[in-house]
Design a protein around this ligand. Structure first.
Ligand code: S3P
Length: 439
């Protein structure tokens, strides 16, 4: 069976209603919190993708039983000290940075050493950013080249709380330290640059001993030792990062309207909405509500005839960090030059995404000027592609694949996009929804 996709037709105008799969960040966090809960937790609309199944497998290896039936999942937690596993355990986080980094916080007090491995892409990513703060609690780490997987964690029963400054705007680093703080006597203090706050909202909902003071650019978080986590039943909202592909498809189409149901619109995640509105895309929230501290709404998008370039304020970066590849496609069609800066973190993702953004745009015939942390995009509202474009060897980064599909459907040309399987990590039914829209 071929693992590439050929697209040679632009999308026609559409008016559709869709629902995308459950949020990946919330799904993985639910699995991890439920694994330490005292009793049975249930989730509906859990994202059933490789990253989440990998998280479930990881807690299974730690002695926690689970049951999955379609997108309904049950986790039989055995309490805060309920992990039970054999010596020389190996956990494979496969492609998931979120799982690999977050779980280390929970393993900070392991009595036996545990080895963490990952796939080719994850093995190129920086794990020193979590092993450094976690070492300060008293755990010990061995990493390949001092920075990469495979990594071995030697936990400690004699943990000390730390003071931690998180400067990157990384929710994975912040969450990993929160989890370690939850297992440590005394008060851990974190000053964290703004980033997605699902972990904090889980803690608040579960009444765990954590406080968050919101400052303008940073949050001040204080965490104390957790004695007990109650089970958590969760109806998981849909993922804005998965919705992003269809938001952009609609923004770039002619005379089209799309309604995406039940999407998580947590203010630390909606950078793409703010950015696209500034660029002239018509987006509205309908049916707004709150569940478990998370804001949810249906998102309505209308296509736009005139897109404006943007000088993107860097304070929006962290709230749109997974969406920049598709945002760049909107900049490609805007009338004028767009500029995105302070984006070095983009090259730390599943693939070096700033470089992949540039490669895709250049193949489309769009001029760019890129540095290691910024990109200038020379938009062309009249862009029509007539040539052949091949996208391959991108470390199977799911978001490179999905962005290329949206580019092909929006700008035309004959595209051959390799590694279709990459979508399994975050959004296995992406192509099904594409087909529903283009039919
Ligand atoms: C995530 C945080 C972000 C994001 C990733 C999911 C999370 O990573 O890119 O897809 O669930 O905490 P960083 O923490 O590296 O910015």
């Amino acid at each position: 069976m071929t693992n590439s996709l050929v697209i040679s037709k632009k999308v026609k105008s559409f008016n559709k209603i869709i629902k995308v799969s459950g949020d990946k960040s919330i799904s993985i966090r639910w699995v991890l919190f439920a694994s330490l809960a005292q009793g049975v937790s249930r989730a509906k609309n859990l994202l059933i993708s490789e990253d989440v199944l990998t998280a479930i497998k990881a807690i299974n290896k730690l002695g926690i039983k689970t049951k999955i039936n379609r997108n309904f999942c049950v986790i039989f937690g055995k309490g805060i000290n309920g992990y039970n596993y054999k010596k020389n355990l190996i956990i494979n986080a496969k492609n998931s940075g979120t799982l690999g980094r977050l779980i280390l916080g929970f393993l900070i007090n392991t009595t036996n050493k545990i080895k963490l491995i990952g796939d080719k892409s994850l093995s190129k990513r920086d794990f020193k950013r979590v092993s450094d703060p976690l070492s300060k609690f008293g755990a010990k780490f061995k990493l390949k080249n001092n920075k990469h997987l495979p990594l071995t964690i030697f936990g400690s029963k004699n943990l000390k709380p730390i003071k931690y400054l998180e400067k990157r705007g990384s929710a994975q680093c912040k969450s990993s330290v929160i989890f370690a703080g939850m297992r440590t006597n005394g008060e851990t203090t974190i000053k964290a640059k703004k980033s997605r706050n699902h972990t904090e909202l889980f803690c608040k909902h579960l009444n765990l001993p954590i406080t968050v003071k919101k400052r303008k650019k940073y949050d001040e978080i204080k965490v104390n030792k957790v004695q007990k986590i109650k089970p958590i039943n969760y109806n998981i909202p849909s993922d804005i990062s998965s919705s992003a592909f269809f938001i952009v498809l609609t923004a770039l189409a002619k005379n089209s309207i799309l309604l995406i149901k039940d999407v998580n619109i947590n203010s630390s995640r909606v950078g793409i909405i703010t950015i696209l509105k500034k660029m002239g895309v018509k987006i509205n929230y309908e049916n707004k509500r709150i569940s478990k501290g998370e804001k949810i709404a249906d998102i309505k998008i209308k296509s736009s005839n005139s897109l404006k370039p943007i000088k993107c304020p860097p304070e929006l970066n962290s709230g749109a960090i997974d969406e920049f590849l598709v945002i760049f496609l909107v900049a490609a069609k805007a009338k004028g030059i767009s500029y995105f800066k302070d984006l070095a973190e983009l090259n730390q993702k599943e693939s070096p995404r700033l470089r992949w953004g540039e490669k895709i745009l250049n193949q489309m015939g769009i001029k760019t000027i890129t540095t290691k942390n910024s990109i200038k995009i020379y938009g062309n509202p009249n862009l029509i592609i007539n040539k052949k474009i091949i996208i391959k060897n991108y470390l199977k980064d799911h978001r490179v694949f999905m962005t290329s599909v949206i580019a092909a459907l929006s700008f035309g040309g004959k595209w051959k996009i390799y590694d279709k399987d990459s979508i399994k990590t975050s959004f296995p039914n992406f192509l099904k929804i594409v087909n529903k829209i283009i039919k």
